[in-house]
Design a protein around this ligand. Structure first.
Ligand SMILES: [Zn+2]
Ligand SMILES: [Zn+2]
Length: 274
């Protein structure tokens, strides 16, 4: 557990403070760095058409705080069970060897990717879950770094919980657990800043998530696009869609879209192979 790894007592109050307080400090540091670089200092290069909407920004930050505090409370029973050794979390590499140290990363990726895809899919398909759980995150049709964790607490809990319950299904080293929750927060900021440096189409890179916010029902994966491709919810950001205004999807200087299409909504699920 994070508190134990830091040498702190595993009491509920300490666990909540470490998870929610540390999480907030970490998230706001990452989001602020990203915002400063892409939306202020190098705005003319990355987001020349961006204009700050103060009302939307205040709302995004308010819901980040509500989301992280609520998620910390909802996650507490799971953290307590882990601290009391009800899960298969372990602390000594020798317990399961080095092969499993690397093997568990692959298993964890498949486990979280699958649960998060289908949870996210249910949020978009169920009118109840959409209205009462997920719609808050889609108030930001054009995302920026602070909208990354702007969630109804139940939404952030349900989308984060696969990372936290994995250790109840297979052995997870505490260091891998901390790395996975740390990395997924960094990833969340990266896919909301609308700047893509890596464009491997099987990776759910930033432009995929920009399209997710614009159209809502496409590109529902976490790190990868394989579930979206299998289910038919994939839309390629390499295409310029005529109903996505210029500047929403970041195109590096000189980069050209692969092709143009009237709208991702009209392309009926089939997308050309990349
Ligand atoms: Zn988002
Ligand atoms: Zn969504």
């Amino acid at each position: 557990m994070i508190a134990r790894l830091l040498g702190l007592p595993d009491t509920p109050a300490v666990m909540f403070l470490v998870f929610a307080g540390g999480g907030m400090l970490y998230f706001f540091s990452l989001a602020s760095i990203s915002y400063f670089l892409y939306f202020k200092k190098f705005k003319s290069r990355f987001h020349p058409t961006y204009e700050l909407d103060r009302t939307e920004m205040k709302s995004a930050i308010k819901w980040v705080i509500i989301g992280i505090v609520g998620n910390g409370l909802l996650m507490l029973p799971i953290h307590l069970l882990i601290a009391k050794n009800y899960s298969k979390m372990y602390y000594d590499v020798a317990d399961h060897g080095w092969a499993w140290m690397f093997g568990q990363v692959a298993v964890l990726l498949v486990f979280t990717e699958t649960l998060i895809y289908w949870t996210h899919w249910a949020f978009h398909k169920s009118p109840f879950l959409w209205k009462y759980v997920h719609e808050r995150h889609h108030k930001y049709r054009v995302p920026q770094p602070y909208s990354a964790l702007s969630f109804n607490p139940m939404d952030s809990f349900l989308q984060a919980v696969p990372h936290h319950i994995a250790a109840f299904f297979f052995p997870v080293h505490a260091g891998i657990y901390v790395a996975s929750v740390t990395f997924v927060t960094l990833w969340a900021v990266c896919i909301h800043d609308r700047v893509s440096f890596v464009r491997w189409p099987w990776l759910n890179y930033t432009d995929h998530h920009t399209l997710h916010h614009w159209y809502s029902d496409f590109n529902l994966g976490q790190y990868f696009t394989f579930w979206d491709r299998l289910v038919g919810t994939y839309r390629s950001p390499a295409i310029d869609y005529e109903d996505v205004p210029p500047g929403i999807i970041y195109r590096p200087h000189g980069a050209q879209p692969r092709s143009t299409a009237p709208s991702a909504l009209a392309s009926g699920g089939a997308q050309p192979a990349e």
